[in-house]
Write a protein that binds this ligand. Structure first.
Ligand SMILES: [Zn+2]
Ligand SMILES: [Zn+2]
Length: 555
């Protein structure tokens, strides 16, 4: 039996109110002595608003504090938004990790490709497997998605059972792996489900997501009818899609060439884990040039327009091994993740400029999402019949739509929360507290807090440039050397054609001369006066204010 003061709680520390960097925690016990499990530890990607930042991760301060009570990390699947932060953040937690074979193999492959990455002990759980972590009895339920082995978690406790859906869709013909396990979900409904914490990504879309099989058929047709070379780009981890391309290629006697490191890595992991057993070996990019145009399909990385990936380089005719030209066909079997549209357009334009025919999901069914649309969300609610529904994995709009849908479907209690909210699921459900939550940025090889000034400074620098002034004073406050002025990222001349450097230099000298002599002995006062003067002079000429650094040395 559960103790009198025991509670079952849930808190999202990432992934709620935003797409990416998923991290959910569940706690059980007395408020003072809870045991926790974490589900997923993902990243999201920095955009133009975060100069120099590639990856964003959840701030795990709370878990670090509680790491003695943290029983383990369960990974639902191997998408970056679910497991991309494990290598960076695991050393701060050093907890047991649980994953299915493909996820574990991909984590290991990633570790080997990153020098200095920690060795992480992973307990491999079979598909549909069940295991216990303290007060939590966890059972996996297979879900169709856009990567092998996506798992929902049925988390049973003495105070009730939670379904944490992970990423899923309903696809009766998923091309690879089992379809979403409807029978297990229905029996969970019969057993009784306290709360469903679920994927809201496509809650704004009516109907059902088309099947992977439909995409396979379209790809087969497009590859069969292609007059010359074929290029296909997709998310490398979408092994089902890679299989569809491989089968379509084999049907018209074309060889599949892998272009891009992540394609090669995933193909190798997929082979090791048995997901490519009946597929002819892929060829490496160096044979591309030797194959006749009608005998080749190049599977390329770069579906998101990433500048360093294979397809962007091919589009610029800057790839050492692979090129496309007039008469060739390139298929984007993907969709641009919001924020990447411009980069993708750049690649498309580059290809079109070389006479390549480009096919996207705007004109053909060459991509489907791996997330449930409204009719699928309704099916899930109908199967599981939860008492509480908590929308997760979505931006505010997606979660609000998911919440409205759940209410219409008759779910008795719908709780919309934000990152850091502590939600009590039982007894008496509701948001009861707030936990420390936030973001970490991966900056080069370092992790920095989002609240630190680093990135804000960098943004200012990017917007307005920098002025540096250096001078030396004697102990009597006389100018010994300088001022030396340097401008970075500032226009050379003002509107009248006067040199900005001269303008800055004059303003510094005038400001110095106008200071009363005794004040000139105080280096800090000098620095401050000169800083104001130069900033204001450039500000007047430019209508933008740069960052100013004034270095005053005394001898
Ligand atoms: Zn996913
Ligand atoms: Zn996801």
């Amino acid at each position: 039996m559960a103790g009198k003061s025991d509670e079952l709680v849930f808190a999202p520390l990432g992934g709620v109110g935003e797409i990416g960097m998923n991290l959910a925690i569940y706690g059980f016990g007395d408020a003072q002595r809870r045991k926790w499990i974490a589900v997923d530890l993902g990243v999201s990607f920095g955009g133009d608003d975060l100069p120099g930042i590639d990856l964003i991760m959840p701030d795990i301060r709370f878990l670090v504090e509680e790491h003695r009570n943290l029983l383990g990390l369960v990974l639902t699947h191997a998408h970056e938004d679910h497991f991309g932060a494990v290598l960076d953040l695991w050393p701060r937690l050093k907890i047991p990790v649980y994953a299915t074979p493909f996820t574990a193999a991909l984590l290991e492959a990633k570790r080997q490709s990153e020098p200095g990455a920690p060795e992480i002990p992973v307990t491999i759980v079979p598909l549909g497997g069940r295991f216990s972590l303290g007060p939590f009895d966890i059972e996996l339920v297979s879900m169709a998605h856009s990567i092998p082995e996506s798992n929902g978690l049925i988390i049973r406790t003495k105070l009730g059972t939670v379904l944490h859906t992970g990423d899923w869709k309903i696809d009766p013909t998923p091309v690879l792996g089992p379809p979403t396990d409807e029978a297990k979900l229905r029996s969970l409904g019969n057993e009784g489900c306290l709360a469903l914490v679920g994927d809201s990504t496509n809650a704004v879309r009516e109907g059902r997501s088309p099947s992977e099989m439909e995409v396979a058929k379209t790809l087969a047709e497009l590859i069969r009818t292609a007059p010359g070379r074929v290029g296909v780009t997709t998310f490398a981890s979408h092994v089902g899609r890679l299989r569809s391309v491989a089968r379509a290629a084999a049907a018209c006697d074309r060889e599949v060439v892998l272009v891009g490191r992540s394609m090669e890595r995933i193909a190798q992991v997929a082979r090791e884990t048995g997901y490519l057993e009946d597929i002819r070996d892929f060829r490496s990019a160096d044979v591309f040039g030797y194959l006749p145009p009608e005998k080749v399909v190049a599977l390329c990385t770069g579906s998101q327009g990433e500048a360093r990936a294979a397809l962007a380089r091919i589009a610029e005719d800057d790839h050492p091994e692979v090129s496309f030209s007039s008469g060739d066909r390139v298929i984007f079997s993907s969709r641009a993740i919001p924020g990447n549209e411009k980069a993708v357009m750049r690649v498309i334009n580059g290809l079109v400029a070389r006479g390549v025919e480009v096919i996207t999901d705007r004109d053909h069914l060459v991509h489907v999402s791996g997330h449930p649309r409204r009719a699928e969300l309704q099916d899930m609610i109908g199967w599981v019949r939860p008492h509480i529904l908590i929308p997760a994995h979505g931006e505010t709009l997606h979660m609000a739509e998911h919440a409205a849908l759940a209410r219409r479907a008759g779910v008795p209690k719908v709780i919309t929360c934000r990152d850091g909210d502590l939600v009590r699921l039982a007894p008496q459900p509701g948001i009861v507290d707030e936990l420390p939550a936030g973001r970490l940025y991966k900056d080069g090889s370092l992790l920095i807090g989002a609240q630190e000034r680093t990135v804000a400074d960098r943004r200012r620098l990017g917007f307005a440039g920098i002025v540096s002034v250096a001078l030396t004073l004697s102990d009597k406050g006389e100018l010994v050397t300088g001022p030396r002025v340097e401008l970075t990222g500032i226009p050379d001349a003002d509107a009248a054609g006067a040199a900005m450097l001269q303008l800055a230099h004059n303003s510094v000298l005038e400001a110095f001369k106008s200071m009363p002599k005794p004040r000139r002995r105080d280096p800090d006062a000098v620095a401050e006066a000169l800083r104001r003067a130069v900033r204001s002079a450039i500000g007047t000429a430019w209508k933008k204010k740069p960052i100013c650094h004034v270095h005053v040395l005394t001898i």
